[in-house]
Design a binder for this molecule. Structure first.
Ligand code: HEC
Length: 150
């Protein structure tokens, strides 16, 4: 009985932590958006290192990077809810004005990463080609929707 109570308390505490973590991640602030994009940037960087021969080809790294990009791009546009534009110097007002295009671009990046996952690039040259395809999405969206702050 006591053990059960303790187990329940631990479970509740655990859920509380998860709830807080999710809330902190999805509060639509510059920090939350920036953290997601940093994840995407890190994944792209890991693939670029393989494409450039700085790191040996590793199918697991390629797979994990593509999964990170696919999943992060799916939740990224949810961070730009109406009313959260205040104080974010990196996010262009166009994100809120033309949200359909913004969402479509994020969805395209996610789809492209999913396609690459289905046909995993098998060598550094393949990873390089994949980066080129993905990179067009990054550059296109940044050009229209991101304000360079530094
Ligand atoms: C749907 C549009 C969109 C796509 C696609 C996109 N980005 Fe971004 N990115 C943004 C916006 C908007 C910001 C600024 C967000 C903010 O700071 O509020 C940003 C910021 C960044 C940052 C800066 C993060 C920081 O604060 O330090 C990096 C790095 C980045 N993106 C990498 C990438 C890479 C790599 C890709 C492609 C694999 C990519 N992005 C695709 C919209 C996009």
């Amino acid at each position: 009985m006591r053990l059960k109570a303790i187990a329940a308390a631990v479970l509740v505490a655990g859920l509380g932590v998860v709830g807080v973590a999710i809330a902190a991640q999805e509060d639509g602030t510059h920090e939350a958006r920036s953290a997601l994009m940093k994840k995407v940037g890190g994944a792209a960087g890991a693939m670029a290192a393989i494409a450039k021969g700085e790191k040996p080809y590793d199918a697991e790294v390629v797979k994990a990077s593509l999964m990170t990009i696919a999943e992060t791009a799916k939740v990224f546009p949810d961070q730009f809810k109406p009313g959260t534009e205040k104080g974010d110097k990196a996010a262009s007002p166009k994100i809120w004005e033309d949200h359909a295009d913004f969402k479509a671009r994020a969805a395209k990046l996610s789809d492209d990463a999913d396609k690459l996952l289905a046909q995993l690039p098998a060598d550094p040259a393949g990873v390089g080609a994949a980066m080129k395809a993905l990179g067009a999405n990054c550059g296109g969206c940044h050009e229209k929707f991101r304000i360079k702050t530094e």
